[in-house]
Design a protein around this ligand. Structure first.
Ligand code: ASP
Ligand code: MG
Length: 284
């Protein structure tokens, strides 16, 4: 191959998904940044992130407490979540400009969350839309955080809300993608970013209907987000980073002798997930 053509060889496209444990604190996020930085040298990378571990559960609790009218509990949960995210900002983001920008971004998401909870308290009803909007706040916090951490390490990145790229049906709480429109949105929103050599950091778990109403794909749905984006962008590889090395013969938390399975068919993997293996979302 001559120099001319080697320059134009298309880099492979990798979707890399990091779950809640992988982005669970500043130390873990630092590691994630290293992994992405290395991968971005030889491939185009789309990052998909979950909420920091435990955050979605707390948000759902806040939603329920709002419905019950327990404003103090709701406030306490938001305070706790604010502290957790702020701790990451102060450990990882040092440049003054970047820090004030990320603080502002996070503040806007928190304020929106508080308004959604206040609305729920006033209505005394947790609607499916509000449930989705509140439970998805965690990803809307973690994606800008990871993008900022990447930028801090000189990896050009942009946080993207999946409401702009994953178009779904209206089945709140376990929405499925409409692949035609999703493909179109990925082409128009993500492809140009990739062409510029920038790493998009997309919120997992979330989509939006054709009318633009936010939906969620179901608990653990960020895995599914990664494969939806992989299919939509015709990626070469989808990599799900998690706290175990792969699909295992049993849940290693329950069976100490569990080992990693070297090879498995999609059908078998789907079956394992369907019957409760937590490692992958069943629709992934
Ligand atoms: N944050 C969401 C959940 O806890 C989605 C995910 O982590 O995949 O279910
Ligand atoms: Mg998971």
């Amino acid at each position: 191959m001559d120099m001319q053509s080697s320059k134009t060889v298309k880099k492979p496209l990798r979707i890399m998904k990091f779950g809640g444990t992988s982005v669970g604190d500043a130390t873990r996020i630092r590691k994630v940044v290293e992994i992405i930085r290395d991968a971005a040298r030889e491939s185009e990378v789309v990052v998909v992130v979950s909420a920091m571990s435990g955050v979605t559960n707390r948000l759902i609790e806040a939603a329920k407490q709002s419905e019950a009218g327990n404003r103090d509990e709701v406030e306490a949960i938001f305070e706790e979540l604010r502290d957790r995210h702020n701790a990451v900002v102060s450990t990882l983001i040092h440049s003054v400009g970047m820090r004030s920008r990320i603080n502002r971004e996070l503040r806007l998401v928190f304020e929106e969350g508080e308004r959604l909870c206040e609305g729920t308290t006033l209505l005394q009803e947790l609607t499916v839309r509000a449930h989705d909007s509140i439970s998805s706040l965690g990803e809307r916090l973690s994606a800008p955080l990871v993008a900022a951490a990447l930028a801090e390490s000189r990896v050009s990145s942009e946080a993207i809300e999946a409401t702009q790229v994953v178009v779904t049906d209206t089945c709140h709480g376990s929405a499925d993608p409409l692949m035609g429109p999703t493909r179109q949105c990925c082409e128009s929103r993500l492809r140009p970013i990739l062409r510029r050599g920038v790493v998009p950091v997309v919120t997992g778990f979330i989509g939006a209907t054709e009318e633009g109403v936010l939906t969620t794909l179901g608990r653990g749905g960020s895995d599914y987000s990664a494969t939806i984006l992989g299919a939509a962008l015709d990626a070469d590889e989808v990599i799900i980073w998690t706290d175990v090395d792969g699909l295992m013969t049993a849940d290693p938390r329950l069976v100490p002798g569990a080992t990693t399975i070297t090879e498995i068919s999609y059908r078998e993997a789907a079956e394992l997930a369907h019957f409760g293996a937590k490692v992958l979302h069943p629709k992934t």
